[in-house]
Design a protein around this ligand. Structure first.
Ligand code: CO8
Length: 261
């Protein structure tokens, strides 16, 4: 399938990269882009051998500068609600992907752009990245999950400060508050993202998927239920050939050859 508003590539086996591609509008999310994003994410989920997805923005200025203000400004309440529902569905599909999804934030990640990054499993950022939920500055509220995912990521008090002030946060502060895992010089970001993806792709694929499921689904449970859930996942890992291969390779002092079985 071809897309008008994004690029979907597999630069190396199992490593997928989705690039929001409307640089003239700082990659703002209009309805067509949200629909393509949803379709592309489902395509990665269905791709045999997918190991990891990188999500980034085209150009050197923005990851995504938010929902497309010019398109949504005059929508009716029902129209914006429908747009929000479609974006929620697309972002939920990202969060539900069985493989790790990493937001590679190369510039502005504002409003819906930060919310997109938050739907990913973690964020790595360029020194040029700027994060924020500026909706209150334009008479709106975050509408693509920001009020829910940001507090879960950085804590309620810090999230409320950013939501209620619209204050924008540079990369160093984003790392300090746990919003970005790592910050790199702009010219190194893409290569660091690929290196990270290669590391993940080199691990036992089913173990990576199961680990993500344990953290993601178990994280919504109380500790006791989460640990019971983890025990089920841990047991499931022993049903894979890769578990036998990985442990025998360790004992035999050789690199493992994982087959994703
Ligand atoms: N929507 C549409 N167009 C945009 C957006 C956007 N969010 N951001 C930038 N653009 C366009 C500009 O209009 C401009 O286009 P043109 O050249 O045709 O005038 C082009 O991109 C370049 O932008 P600037 O000239 O403004 O570039 P600057 O370097 O001067 O500024 C900024 C960069 C600071 C990022 C600035 O563009 C900006 O503040 N953008 C808006 C950021 C923002 O407010 N984002 C939040 C949007 S609301 C949102 O995301 C809510 C999501 C939930 C919706 C509710 C659903 C239920």
């Amino acid at each position: 399938m071809s897309y008008d508003n994004l690029l979907l590539e597999e630069p190396e086996a199992g490593i997928w990269r989705l690039t929001l591609n409307r640089p003239h509008a700082l990659n703002a999310l209009n309805a067509a882009t949200v629909a393509e994003l949803h379709a592309a994410v489902l395509a990665v989920g269905a791709a045999p051998g997918a190991r990891v997805l990188l999500v980034t923005g085209a150009g050197d200025k923005a990851f995504v500068a938010g929902a497309d203000i010019k398109e949504i400004v005059d929508l009716t309440p029902l129209g914006i609600r429908a747009f929000g529902s479609r974006a929620h569905a697309a972002f939920a599909a990202i969060a539900d992907l069985p493989v790790p999804v990493i937001a590679v934030v190369n510039g502005y990640a504002l409003g819906g752009g930060l919310e997109l990054a938050l739907a990913c499993d973690w964020i790595i950022a360029s020194e040029r990245a700027v994060f924020g939920l500026p909706e209150v500055s334009i008479g709106a509220t975050p509408g693509f999950g920001g009020t829910q995912r940001l507090p879960r990521r950085i804590g309620r008090a810090r999230a409320l400060e950013l939501v209620c002030t619209g204050r924008q946060v540079r990369a160093a502060e984003a790392a300090a508050i746990g919003l970005a895992n790592h910050v790199y010089a702009p010219e190194r970001l893409a290569e660091e993202a690929l290196a990270l993806a290669r590391t993940i792709a080199g691990k036992a694929p089913l173990a990576v998927r199961l680990s993500k499921e344990a953290v993601r689904s178990g994280g919504e449970l109380d500790l006791d239920s989460g640990c019971r859930f983890e025990a089920q996942i841990f047991g499931l890992a022993w049903s894979t050939e890769d578990q036998k291969e990985g442990m025998h390779a360790f004992i035999e002092k050789r690199p493992p050859v994982f087959r994703g079985r």
